[in-house]
Structure formats: structure tokens, C-alpha cells
Design a protein around this ligand. Structure first.
Ligand SMILES: [Zn+2]
Length: 146
């Protein structure tokens, strides 16, 4: 969930798209808008992954104190998990970009085919389900996990 202060600016701070009245859904301009969001977001994440790697290399210092060493190992494992999450997100963004660049399916629900909607895509540019199908999926997942 984006924090309140950035909610209006989408995931990477690009101002939300303002469609004209009766503008066609997913026209070239809208697709270009979401392409720059996805590309910018991916770049940002890749820089973060890079930073983590460098940070871990620089910091792989020798702490003679076992307490310091343990703290460092914990910090590293946390960073590895974060990096893993970022990598997954990057793959998801790449998948979405391919869909956007090579098909006409971006912006439409993969389950029921309706328009996902600009506002939802603004908050979740990688969304491939509409709100209804997403909630249904979450309910099913919750039941499955019990
Ligand atoms: Zn749907």
C-alpha cells in the first residue's frame, strides 16, 4: 500500500494521467504513460538491488566481536530477503512491459476481460486483475491457506 503522502503520485512519483472526457481506454498516450511508469519503476528497483549488493560487499567487514558479527549476519539475511522480493517484482514488471509492448491486453483483467481502470493501474501498474477478480482471488487464497 502506498503511503498517504505519495498515493496521488503513483509508485514512482509520476503525476497521474488525466484522461480527456470520452478518451479511448488504453490509447497510445495512456500506454506510453504506463510504459514510462513501469520502466522508471524497474530502473529504480534495479538501482536498489545494486546498492544492496555493493553495501553488502563493502560491509562484509570483519567484526572480531561475535555479537557484532551476528548482528551483521542478521542484517544481511534481511537484505537478501528484500533483494529477493525486489527481483520478483522486477520480473513481474518485465512481464507486464512485454504484455504492454507486444499485446493489446495490458489494462484488461486476465480473468474476466473488463477494463482494470486507469486509477487502479496508477496505484498498481502491474495489476492484471480487476478489483472484483482480485478480491475473489484473495478470498480463495485465504480459504486455501487455512
Ligand atoms: Zn476481472
Amino acid at each position: 500500500m502506498p503511503s498517504k503522502s505519495t498515493a496521488n503520485l503513483g509508485v514512482i512519483g509520476i503525476a497521474p494521467y488525466e484522461p480527456e472526457a470520452n478518451e479511448e481506454y488504453m490509447n497510445d498516450e495512456q500506454r506510453a504513460h504506463f510504459r514510462s511508469i513501469l520502466e522508471g519503476w524497474k530502473k529504480q528497483l534495479m538501482e536498489e538491488v545494486d546498492r544492496t549488493v555493493h553495501h553488502m560487499k563493502d560491509d562484509a567487514a570483519n567484526f572480531p566481536d561475535p555479537v557484532d558479527r551476528a548482528a551483521q549476519e542478521e542484517e544481511f539475511s534481511l537484505e537478501l530477503r528484500t533483494r529477493d522480493r525486489e527481483r520478483k517484482l522486477i520480473r513481474k514488471i518485465e512481464k507486464t512491459l512485454t504484455k504492454l509492448n507486444e499485446t493489446d491486453e495490458y489494462g484488461y483483467c486476465e480473468a474476466c476481460g473488463i477494463e482494470i481502470g486507469i486509477r487502479r493501474l496508477e496505484a498498481r501498474p502491474t495489476a492484471d486483475l480487476c478489483v472484483d477478480c482480485k478480491s475473489l482471488q484473495e478470498i480463495k487464497e485465504r480459504q486455501f491457506n487455512h
